[in-house]
Design a protein. Structure first.
Length: 127
């Protein structure tokens, strides 16, 4: 028959523990720290070297930017005067079609600008 002592011995064999001491094969702080630090050093060295190569390549590529020449047209008084006259004529045509400068070009509910159907005093020309 199996006794309590046999069950304890069997459990100790399965768990790998004897006499309450921890299993030394699972925890090695020196090994874990050395692996972690060496991986960190390798990653930092790789990232630093990549950043350095990228910096040097970008530093050398700045000199290869092409120079663009732009022709600047001369200022002519006649061109400016012609443009101003054209836009003055357009402003006059706009004001004739849509009322004075104080009126809105968009009318409520399809009403014609400049007309006041209800005589509410909204039309500044009605007075």
């Amino acid at each position: 028959m199996i006794t309590k002592k046999d069950i304890i011995i069997f459990a100790q064999r399965i768990s790998g523990r004897r006499g309450g001491s921890p299993n030394a094969s699972l925890v090695h702080p020196v090994r874990d720290w050395s692996i972690g630090l060496s991986v960190m050093i390798v990653v930092c060295a790789g990232v630093s070297s990549y950043a350095g190569v990228l910096f040097v390549s970008q530093l050398n590529s700045i000199d290869s930017v092409p120079v663009i020449e732009v022709d600047i047209e001369e200022y002519r008084d006649t061109d400016v005067e012609n443009a101003l006259q054209t836009f003055r004529r357009r402003a006059e045509v706009f004001e004739e079609g849509y009322g004075g400068p104080g009126e809105s070009a968009v009318s409520p509910r399809g009403a014609v600008p400049g007309e006041d159907e209800n005589n509410t005093g909204l039309n500044p020309r009605a007075e």
